[in-house]
Design a protein around this ligand. Sequence first.
Ligand SMILES: [Zn+2]
Length: 383
Amino acid sequence: MTTSPEPLRESLERLVAFPTVSNRPITALAAHMAQLAQDVGMRVDRFDDPDDDGKCTVIATAGPDDDTEGLTITGHMDVVPTEGQPWSSDPFRLTERDGRLYGRGTADMKGFLAATMAALARMDLGALDRRLALVWTHDEEVGCLGSAKMVDAWQEEGRHLPKACLVGEPTGFQILRMHPGHVAIELAFSGTAAHSSRPDLGRNAIEAAATAVAAIRDLAAELATERADLPEMERPWVAVNVAEIGGGSAINIVPDRCVVRLGYRPLPGMDPLLPYRRIQERLAELPHEGHVLRVTPAMLTERGTGLEQLLLGHAHTPQLGSAGFATDGGNLSRLGLQPLVFGPGSIDVAHKADEYVPLDALHRAVDVVEHVVRHRCGVIKAD
Ligand SMILES: [Zn+2]
């Protein structure tokens, strides 16, 4: 067996050094990931974001074209910001302390990207019986936007990917087969402006919004009692959050406009717009317009898939779980994929100062990816 041409630690060091916070361009890291895929003999395709030329998704494949057996491996290239966080070292310079590799994205989820490429470098991808696809996305951290756009286009073009799908988010090597989605809603309340000395001549939009917020709070309490039979989930109900409000222009004017934004988390397997329709029923009497700003789909993969069987041999627990966060797996499900979330590092350290991945977990991830690819894609012999 050959070792990776670039030791794992150095390879992660290079990925972390790209400051790919979601509001910044991702193209330099995308070009680097494309090159790494080419270096291991994969065909590389790019899906450019139609709305932002600094963004693209990298899709690399090996093995038979158009095969839906095999394996899709996915991860996001973007990371969350570091501003205002008390880091002990430069977040974009990989630092090793006590067997841990510190840096933004080490756990979430550049460590997994590096581990995947190290695993693939050990194999002869020219010898695959079934197709292997890598999907490296952007803007996952701000609502899975990259995968949403790619999946929209691929659905239209009738393109597909191998159904078995490994989403390498940090789960501490627990298999997660579901997560809720997220729906963002904007409610715009209209009123009639008047001088504040004669409020009876106006219609107060902020008061209408306040009535709506109270009604939504009551509905949220009701939803919290409607528990789904999903034992894997910590919160098996639709969580609602009224998140932003803005209205009014001056202290002496009856406000004629107020905008409320809220988000809720549809359960796996649920029509994501069902809670929105219930909100609208409650607000029927109030003068307003509602808009769905964004739907990030939930994910639900059935028990007992072949990939699950393979991952169970590497899992730290036989219990399957649910992620509390959304992943690109939700969008990829729309292409008929059956994603499982499983990877090195802990979500508890992600998004915080001093994010890290244990070096031994990273090495273990290399072995997991190698094992899974060999079995799913039929690389019989090692080099
Ligand atoms: Zn992530």
